[in-house]
Design a protein around this ligand. Structure first.
Ligand code: ZN
Ligand code: MN
Length: 474
């Protein structure tokens, strides 16, 4: 039987605004528990919320980046539920008129172009955090009222891999526009998965199951793959199950039931009476659009066009805004873009460090430009250049100085090279005879011998040429 996997994601992203969504408490991570609270975010009787404009700006920008239409006249709703980390007894969210609707994200999955629909982007507030110990449960309300966007995809995702690639793209996009620090480990990006399978012949479907508390993109991928297998087994055994909320257990490598799923009606949504309708003008949208940094897709297209790069190189270079900036910094001084892309995607990326999710390099774009020019002008061989770069990574420093200090300058002096070539011809009579007998492959060995004598500093093309000439004689 053939089954189709159907996955939809709900992603909560904390917005990196200065204040919380509806009060002036500072929006920050961690710190002394309950040190950033006030009557509004604690939900004390009589306290009234005031919507932060910065939150709407960030939510509009996120919506635009996900190709959504912006809702011109919307507002907020109350989602009622009782939980100790939600003192008001309801969460302020957008149920009926989310700020962004009908968007999409373009992906490439195993060479195939795919598109994942974005159903909506809604503004809502975060809850506090419960801290469970053996004896008691403590609650920290610092996170209460922190602004979120909840991004809901259409059920367009067809595999665990596709879900992971979607999340990576989403994360890169949100990071690029700077609306969130999108750190899964600090909970500023959280992902819930809805997954079921459909028999493509009979049209029968398994029950949609929700998986929560996923703490990595790999975890999302594994949870989906696991659920597909589990649900396939149930379908084949003809068994049905209730709709549940499950969690991914990293130790068991399995999804485990947490509770039966609450449905929409359990939340008794009502319009939020304490906030005005949210009216967004064309000018407001245009202003946000103007302030939006270039998105990864647009940047990639520009890299292909402006620098003549391959689709692959442009993709690697633009997946991270910092790396793209670095590339462009070097490109100002070094115009052989293909060589530059090669060095950045291999030699630089291999050793690059990320601190706090930001690219940290111990040298400037200008330094790499200097090194690449030395190589281009044959002052340093390609291999010696790699050695210089390694030293730049380990100790920093000016490439020209490193070349001099380490004696890595390529030998251009042909009389010196002719002497080495003559020595090698004299020392390797068997190989020379083989070469003259028609075994061209031997030349590589002889070039290697000359390079060895030069301690890597000879220009290999020149050695090759001199050897061929030298071997012709007699
Ligand atoms: Zn507050
Ligand atoms: Mn939500």
């Amino acid at each position: 039987m053939a089954y189709k996997t159907i996955v939809g994601l709900e992603i909560h992203v904390e917005l990196a605004t200065k204040t919380k969504a509806f009060c002036s408490c500072e929006n920050a991570y961690g710190g002394e528990p309950n040190s950033r609270v006030c009557p509004v975010c604690l939900g004390l009787p009589g306290a009234l919320p005031v919507l932060s404009k910065e939150v709407v700006d960030a939510a509009i920008m996120a919506s635009l980046a996900l190709n959504c239409e912006i809702t011109r006249e919307g507002g907020f709703d109350r989602k009622n539920y009782f939980y100790p980390d939600l003192t008001k007894g309801y969460q302020i969210t957008q149920n009926t008129a989310p700020i962004g609707q009908r968007g999409h994200v373009d992906l490439e999955v195993e060479g195939q172009a795919r598109q994942v629909g974005i159903r909506q982007v809604q503004i809502e507030e975060d809850t506090g955090k419960s801290l469970h110990t053996d004896e008691e449960t403590l609650v920290d309300y610092n996170r209460c009222g922190v602004p979120l966007v909840e991004i809901v995809t259409e059920p367009d995702i067809t595999s665990g891999l596709e879900a992971r690639l979607f999340l990576e793209k989403l994360r890169a996009t949100l990071k690029q526009i700077g609306v969130s620090d999108v750190k899964m480990e600090e909970g500023s990006l959280r992902c819930d998965v809805n997954v079921n399978i459909k028999d493509t012949e009979t049209g029968a479907s398994s029950t949609i199951q929700e998986v929560k508390n996923l703490n990595s993109f790999r975890g999302v991928e594994k949870a989906i793959d696991y659920e597909v297998q589990r649900q396939t087994r149930l379908m084949e055994e003809g068994r049905e199950e209730a709709r549940t909320t499950r969690r991914w257990d990293d130790v068991e490598n399995a999804t485990v039931i947490m509770r039966e799923k609450l449905t929409g009606s359990d939340y008794r949504f009502v319009p939020e009476p304490d906030l005005d309708p949210l009216v967004v003008s064309d000018e407001w949208i245009e202003k946000v659009r103007q302030a939006m940094p270039e998105l990864p897709d647009a940047k990639k297209a520009r890299f292909i066009k402006d620098y003549g790069l391959s689709d692959y190189d442009a993709g690697v270079l633009t997946q991270d805004g910092d790396l793209a900036d670095f590339f462009e910094g070097v490109a100002q001084d070094f115009k052989d873009y293909e060589t530059l892309a090669n060095w950045v995607t291999t030699e630089v990326l291999r050793r690059a460090d990320y601190e706090d999710d930001r690219l940290v390099l111990p040298f400037s774009p200008g330094d790499l430009a200097t090194l690449l020019k030395l190589i281009k002008e044959d002052k340093v061989s390609n291999n010696a250049g790699k050695k210089v770069l390694r030293i730049m990574f380990e100790e920093g420093g000016d490439p020209q100085d490193i070349v001099e200090r380490e004696g890595l300058a390529q030998v251009q002096d042909s009389s010196m090279m002719e002497a080495w070539v003559a020595e090698v011809i004299e020392e390797n009579p068997d190989s020379v005879a083989d070469y003259r007998g028609g075994k061209d492959r031997v030349l590589g060995f002889l070039v290697g011998q000359v390079m060895k004598k030069s301690r890597g500093k000879a220009n290999p093309q020149l050695v090759n040429q001199l050897l061929r000439e030298g071997l012709k004689e007699d």
